[in-house]
Design a protein around this ligand. Sequence first.
Ligand SMILES: *Cc1c(COP(=O)(O)O)cnc(C)c1O
Length: 382
Amino acid sequence: MLRDTHLKINLDTLIANLEIVQSHLSKKTEIGAVLKANAYGHGSKVIAKTLMAYGLSYFLVATLLEGIQLRNEDSRYQILIMGHTPDHLLEQAILKNLELTIFTYEQGLLIHQLAQKHKTTATVHIKIETGFNRLGFSVNEKLIPSILKLSLLKHLNIKGIFTHLALRNKNADENQFQVFQKVIRSLEEHNVEIPLKHVCDSIGMTLYPHMHMDMVRIGALLYGLQGEEKFIPGIQQILKMETKFSHIKILEEDSFISYGMRKEVKKGSRIGTLPFGYADGYPRALYKDGFVCVNGDFYPFAGVICMDQCMIDLGNANFESDDIVSIIDTNQLSISKLAKKVQTNKNEFVSSLAARLPRLYIRHKKPYLISYEMLGETHELY
Ligand SMILES: *Cc1c(COP(=O)(O)O)cnc(C)c1O
């Protein structure tokens, strides 16, 4: 391991989460695994490979580059770019066999023309605006004629149609779903049957079984991130973060610690220095009421967290330089609790974890792979 501070990602738990999600779905609903933002910081290459070995090969990303990254790993992956792909990049996506999201007639026509030029067929999903107001075809009198025209284009394969819930409340979500269903029905009346209709993300899937349709787009639940209120039993966080002490000293007098000397610690206390900081994606704001755990006990930060290092107040507890320090773990150190402390959500917290953190993957309860994203290297450990 080329750095003491690292993420530990449990692939056994990933698969266990996947099985729980599957058990809540009927046979006709498939899972699109959301791997955007480096699989929410968990490392999309290894997560994709693990899911593929388990038989799941439909991967959803946000951008063209994320799509190309996965395509370069394996030509068998089915990859959907859920975000906008600008016109000048559409050709790249088609040549890489990436599925595209469209929300205007002109995008569809251009994709058809580019696919024709390369004597191929491009696959698209049509995004419908039902109330989120981010991306999507507006639902108006032009919508159905536009989709009908697109459905006649020979080099365009309309594989999917989808929308995204704003998750405001049950009523508003249900309204969005009704708008979407009305579009589907109108298309069916014109004999246009789009095979993959999808609406739900993790929370939508948990709350609304009747909205599962042909596919659910699942990110958070696979990584074991869920809010307490929509609780699916058994889902567990798959990521931990650990480090070791870089230095421990006993203060010889009352002393101030770190930038701005904002924190005074009494003489005789032990101060542990740890080799991680906010550039690793750990929120700097946690210096106020965050803590780490060593041998089952919790210790607060002493002074502000620096870019690459931080100090903790060990009181009079004594540790060895080899003792393991837990930064992210379950219970008090769960992603859910830490995110709440800095008033953000779990997804933002994990997707901010930096590429400079080695990712150690556990499989069959043993260290299995180590990935250094900075070096583009992954090493098998058994
Ligand atoms: C990110 C995303 C998802 C996945 O959301 P989770 O809550 O992590 O399951 C699904 N659909 C779209 C359109 C997204 O952008």
